[in-house]
Design a protein around this ligand. Sequence first.
Ligand code: AHR
Length: 506
Amino acid sequence: MLTANTKIDNNLIVGKVEPRIFGTLVEQLGRGIYGGLYDPKSSFADEDGFRKDVLKLVKELGITTVRWPGGNFVSGYRWEDGVGPQDLRPRRLDLAWHSTETNKFGLHEMEHWLKKAGNLELMLALNMDTRGLQSALDLLEYANIPGGTKLSDERIANGEKEPFNIRLFCLGNEMDGKWQLGHLDAIEYAKKINRVAAGMRQIEPDLELIGCGSSNHGMKTFGEWEDTLMKYAYDEIDLLSCHAYYHTDPGELDTFLGSAADMDRFISEIVSCIDAAKALAKSKHIVNISFDEWNVWYQGSEPSRVPEGIDNWPVAPHLLEDVYSVTDAVVVGDFLITLLKHADRVKAASIAQLVNVIGPIMAPENAEAYRQTTFYPFAETARLAKNGKVLKEISNIPNLENKKYGTISMVDSVSVQCKDGSLAIFAVNRSIKDSISYQICLPEKENYSNILSAMTLHDKDPLAKNTVNNPNRVVLKNNESIRLNKEANMIAINLPEDSWTVINIK
Ligand code: AHR
């Protein structure tokens, strides 16, 4: 059998795992909100119309931050439409998804839902496309000023005495994308950032602002876009966004399993752009990364847009409802490993999205919500790694030749000193055909004596999925092969081909 070796050094800390790494995007899109989070007519709804079964799974998933209301949707959004008495709110065309937005769910509903989901943080995306400075200032006054002004008093009249105190804002979404309503070129966008950020900070100087990086690693302007933005707006931005989606083509599972290698390079390249700009600007300010859209997404192979037509603007249509395989979940687990390995610079991230729309949770109309395969690596990583410290690993691992991503490591792994003092190791075997024995040399001077858990996500059918009729087809299973050698301070575990594993020891 093949062997991979890793030595974990707990003297070398890569970075703290910010809870914000376990965020999500919830967009006004398809059945993400209407039918997902909010469905007053559902038998699963609580007194506020929120689905209780979904709330329960969101808590189990370990979500921390919610990016809202988009996504592409935000580029045409008027936040005022979503406040005030529900029956007076306007219906509007949503050009991003060719749908009708009823505005029954707006800022107050989102804030209320966030509280119920465990006091989650809002990452509020602003419309920088068809709108800009004035609407951002109005929103800030409405949401964050305690009272005594027109807009803050309107919030109070709308039922919310206490300010929402929103700290984290996205300055638009995918501003370089031609598909984005009102997209801008890099210089126009940098100028807009400077004006909007300066205005917002006249109200609250300590807001955290996220600038849009390239829409994806493959954009023609990737690098140049970041360069321009950093050159003209470096000091206004606290975090620069990255977005990345991956999928497999038929018969290409082995290639797909290497997707996180691309995410890894993407992050390193963005860090280089940021730091080059910092050096040139002679700035002390540090810009970090918000990887605020990432996931597997089978773009184009599912209804991803309503067929166009002047009279065809449905409300909450079935869109982007990808059903994930066990291999998709292995790749998602690898994305999380990659984000953790960059814990020194990735300070926020959002799996896109949460419910029904390319989400780890499915909420069928007439059945209880269930966990997609991708739910498991996310929930376990969030449970163990949140607020932990990523430790340095020195590894000797066989390589794979990947058709798309070149030479990549067969095993990808990361170790985290957990908040409770235990050690968590997350590992992926990226080979589609070979299992591997993973030998881990544990940190010195620690006497690990107890395996708390060792679980693997794997299935002999790499395309096995959870469905409404068989929601537990794919679950995490104990990995019985694990051996702890206390004298040698080592563990050995078998990682089956195409698998994601989590080990927790104390
Ligand atoms: O998550 C789906 C879409 O992907 C988002 O609306 C957009 O930001 C990205 O292109």
